[in-house]
Design a protein around this ligand. Sequence first.
Ligand code: GLU
Length: 608
Amino acid sequence: MFLFRIRRHRHPLVAGIVPALLLTACAHVAEPPAASPGVAAGERGFAGGVVSVSHPLAARAGADTLAGGGNAVDAAATIQFVLNVVEPQSSGIGGGGFMMIHLADERRTLIVDSRETAPAAASADMFAGMDFRQASTSGVSVGVPGTLLGIELALERWGSMTLAETLKPAIELARDGFAINRHLAARTADPRAALYPATAARFRGDDGTPLPPGHWLKQPELARTLALVAVGGSAVFYRGEIADAIVAAQRQSLIGDDGRGRMTQADLAGYRPRVRKPVEGHYRGFTIQSMPPPSSGGLTLLMMLRLLERYPIGGDDAGWGFGGRHTLHVMAEAMRLGFADRAAWMGDDDQVPVPVAGLLSDCFLAPRGALIDLGKRMATPDAADPWPCHEHGAMSGDEASLAAQDEAKGTDTTHFTVVDRWGNVVSFTSTIESAWGSGIMVPGYGFLLNNELTDFNLTPRADTASGDPGSNDVAAGKRPRSSMAPTMVFRDGRLVLAYGSPGGSTIINSVLNTTLNLIDHRMDLATAIAAPRFSVTSARGTIRCEAGLPDDAITHLVRLGHEFGQDVDPPRCDADIGSVQAIAIDPESGRQHGGADSRRQGTVIGLP
Ligand code: GLU
């Protein structure tokens, strides 16, 4: 039975299906609808700013920052530091992230890339002989953290508050404590919370048992670390006593010497955040900006949207509309195609060129789209070669071993979105990769170290014979490929939506689902975020779906040959995918709206 009831306005402009090879010709026919996307009829919204965050204490701190005169960058810094305290398993100064900032006055979007880097001593074969679990729970997986320097840079250039001011609420919460929510409590049962003594001492009871919901958690070591940073800035973290402690901590390993981290003090002292421009594409008259390399998030999202644009996704014809059998089928096929090309071509393009223009070109995507057949699941697609479309030499690649690794990845991380009274927006996805990162806490300093380097290919792929460039093979100083996709949507040059999600490689699909819900299905933010999600993250992978999608559509997908990795008929949709935090701005009135995800403790606070 179709349990998920959507509030939907009729989409006036999406017509019938256009044959695949007419991708170019039809791509821009649809005009954006008149109503403001994501805004529920009659919803008044706010004018003084909105925060949408996965934890109420972090949302409160962000809202207080806005109320005190801070801008969206100040609020984002405050929120991130508080999240380090209240969601220590998901993000923090031991990790990295992408802070997408839209500056209202300049009508300009940029991203502060604080993605972790591989240390200078890293090598393509450094994970040899390790499986994902071994690699990801040892120091060898720890990348040079970027979050703190990224925030410091953003505050210096676009904030109005000092680092110390934005750290204050986090320091107080770490020192005085707070009642942990059921999500953190559940995570303390994860074996990763107890692999290393310093982590277990903080996140397990005296007898080693998980912490119950409501447990009052104080983190004096973390409070002290944040206080040191408040006084000394990022320098105390990247040089000196904290740097020494990080280097020592990542020498720990559960699997002997090979599993030890290779990071040195010089790697920390040499870390630099990067300021990047978003990748940009168009969908049904909207302009979509999202995360460029080293993330695969934005590129894969834009490719999938382009492949889907010719279908009447939001239409009322049989099989279309939300949860329709054709809708789900073409979504699955677009995901399989997008992920096939992602595996071969995407990585840190500061080190290996990524054919961004080629991948997004109609020259490349029209033949890819022609593989989609409404009557059957396509055979597993190999990656195609975007370079001829990019006006470069030819290469080829095929999607091989990545699927299993990608499926095994964590679903933690966090995404939050902020708009301030001036209309500046921050859409920030931040991570330590798996829940609890590597599981290694820096003893005496109270923060967890990421395991981001497992986002690299664990087995190198570079191969001159096949032409595989090894885009995501480990190399010194390189950033591992991410899936994070902080995203902003514009109409007539004005920002109307901003959102993102955690969830490893499913991030890209959560952002895709949300985009279709808001633009095609004309849902308001709350409905678009609550709607059941649907995801496949590799060309030969199995579909995962959330409860509430119609059984008959799922049965149809099985009939077409789709695989769900389950032995039940119809397959059960029981996954839990992503956690989307979003804002919307009505371009006419300027009123601001927020939507947050109840899959975690998503909280929206608006200011009048
Ligand atoms: N490390 C992942 C990425 O950068 C995010 C992990 C997650 O969302 O759980 O894509």
